[in-house]
Design a protein around this ligand. Structure first.
Ligand code: GDP
Length: 438
């Protein structure tokens, strides 16, 4: 899905606008609790078009930066990583000097940009407040009231028209596994990629990435093609000194949209951080297959106690993605790196798994016999039938007389039974409960 980034000064109403979009959130039945999340991004579906809306103000700022610096940073990130940019202005405050600066930046991007003037909730206000904003040198302004909904509908329509549709690239073979390498700065992403590229005998070629200046790498091992998605200009490093020194959520979300398998790097010397679990949380929510790579394992050489301690820490912090394989590697020495792509290929095979309805229903029947569904408030729960509705990840629908009555722990049990029965031990799977009376 395309990434739409919301940029603007603090207090212009970014969160109100964000909440207005959230009403169009796609309801997802997801039984796994416990992933703490700050809702600064949302999957939005309007008229069957889906996109990911990201409130950059909420995620990138840490409150300490100077305001002007902050908005400049947001804007640059959005220009680099998003597909469409929404610049929100404050109609009540009028045009401020930094608005000109941002508008200036935004003129340099070829991506669609929409200028919205917020806190305008009537035609009268529109006439009075809007004209000065044309000084920014834009052709179209969208007067809106995020709080009251004024002007939102026509804007939505315009937005939908500018959402890009990504064509399948002709340079990329159809059975290619797309990989994204994510992790904090200095965790070893570039070192790992360079190591991977130097490791095996493989055919490597560069293909244009989706963001400007980014270059994805297509590599083939045996017969299997892999596409390494260029995140944070990993491959650009060295050529141009513009590697991000900060971890970018916008970028992580963008990479997750484009990959099949996410490699999440953790620094063995530093241990697992909140940032790491957050990224895993995003991958989990997006239903991506992932692999946890404990890099710089060489630093713990000979320290069995710390090794054990670290692996326990990681297991605890990542229990919500317990299916994700964990690999200890050293991008520096190359240790463990040989196993990487074969493991990815194995995960990917599961991720694309497709199963007959007959087999699925046998698993469901066995599960029901093994452990009866509980009653819910005196009502007997019945499960009728299951079928697979999609792959990547494998997603199953189960028809039941009373979806709301199914206890979380029972759903968890069903998930585990499906997982075991289908031998899907390394990937996320989804079960959606749907009501049907019979
Ligand atoms: P990136 O910012 O994630 O791309 O990280 P880099 O690949 O630039 O690596 C950051 C630093 O960590 C560099 O000094 C690397 O030499 C070092 N480094 C990367 N991988 C390893 C490793 O496996 N072991 C050790 N000891 N150092 C590593």
């Amino acid at each position: 899905y395309p990434i739409v980034a919301l940029v603007g000064r603090p207090n212009v109403g970014k969160s109100s606008l964000f909440n207005r979009f959230s009403k169009h959130r796609k309801a997802i039945v997801d039984p796994t609790p416990g992933v703490t999340r700050d809702r600064h991004y949302e999957q939005v579906t309007i008229e069957e078009r889906t996109f990911i809306l990201v409130d950059t103000g909420g995620i990138e700022g840490d409150g300490r930066e100077m305001m002007a610096g902050l908005i400049r940073e947001q804007t640059m990130q959005a220009m680099r990583e998003a597909d469409v940019i929404l610049f929100l202005l404050d109609g009540k405050e009028g045009v401020l000097p930094e608005d000109f600066e941002v508008a200036d930046y935004l003129r340099r991007t070829e991506k669609p940009v929409h200028f919205l003037v917020n806190k305008v909730d009537s035609p009268e206000l529109e006439q009075r407040l809007i004209p000065p904003f044309y000084e920014l040198g834009v052709d179209t302004l969208w007067p809106v009231s995020a709080a009251h909904g004024y002007g939102v509908k026509p804007f939505f329509e315009a937005l939908l028209e500018t959402l890009p549709v990504f064509p399948e690239s002709e340079d990329i073979p159809p059975d290619t596994i797309s990989l994204a390498c994510l992790g904090r700065p200095n965790v070893g992403k570039s070192s790992l990629i360079n190591r991977l590229l130097g490791e095996e005998r493989m055919v490597v070629s560069d293909v244009p990435g989706t963001t400007r200046d980014s270059v994805d790498t297509l590599l083939t091992v045996g017969k299997q093609p892999y596409l390494l998605i260029d995140t944070a200009g990993i491959r650009r490093k060295g050529k141009v000194q513009e590697k991000l020194e900060k971890f970018s959520v916008l970028q992580a979300l963008g990479a997750l949209e484009r990959c099949d398998v996410v490699l999440i790097l953790i620094d063995a010397g530093e241990g697992i951080t909140e940032q790491d679990t957050k990224v895993l949380g995003y991958a989990f929510e997006r239903g991506r297959a992932c692999m946890i790579l404990v890099n710089k394992w060489d630093l713990l050489h000979g320290d069995a106690k710390r090794q054990k301690q670290l692996m326990e820490e990681i297991a605890r912090a990542t229990s919500f993605v317990e299916y994700a394989p964990v690999l200890k590697i050293s991008a520096l020495t190359g240790a463990g790196v040989k196993q990487l792509l074969p493991t990815v290929a194995k995960i990917y095979k599961q991720y694309c798994g497709s199963f007959s309805t007959g087999k699925l229903n046998r698993i469901l029947q066995d599960a029901l016999e093994g452990h009866n569904p509980t009653m819910h408030q005196g009502r007997r729960l019945k499960f009728y039938y299951t079928t697979q509705i999609s792959t990547k990840p494998p997603t199953f629908i189960i028809f039941t007389n009373y979806p709301k009555g199914v206890h979380f722990s029972y759903l968890r049990y069903l998930l585990n039974q499906f997982r075991a029965g289908l031998k899907l031990d390394s990937i996320p799977i989804k079960i959606i409960l749907k009501e049907r009376q019979r």
